[in-house]
Design a protein around this ligand. Structure first.
Ligand code: FES
Length: 68
């Protein structure tokens, strides 16, 4: 995957990048449910813990990473 794509900010409030979400998912020990993964990503990266405006974007990124 190209670097600029991985470096783009997904959550503006907490400056969380695509690559941070990817890393958090790896630490999540292969959780199955998308919601579990979402909560794990929130805990680790703080993505989607501010205004919540990135919620759908974060979910999209998680499913993109889990189902390439
Ligand atoms: S942009 Fe992610 S919580 Fe506001």
């Amino acid at each position: 995957m190209d670097r600029a794509y991985e470096d783009r900010i997904i959550c503006n409030c907490n400056k969380v990048r695509y690559s941070d979400i990817e890393r958090a998912l790896r630490e999540g020990n292969n959780l199955r449910e998308i919601e579990e993964n979402f909560r794990r990503v929130q805990e680790i990266t703080k993505a989607s813990t501010g205004c919540g405006g990135c919620h759908d974007k974060v979910l999209e990124v998680i499913s993109e990473i889990l189902n390439p």
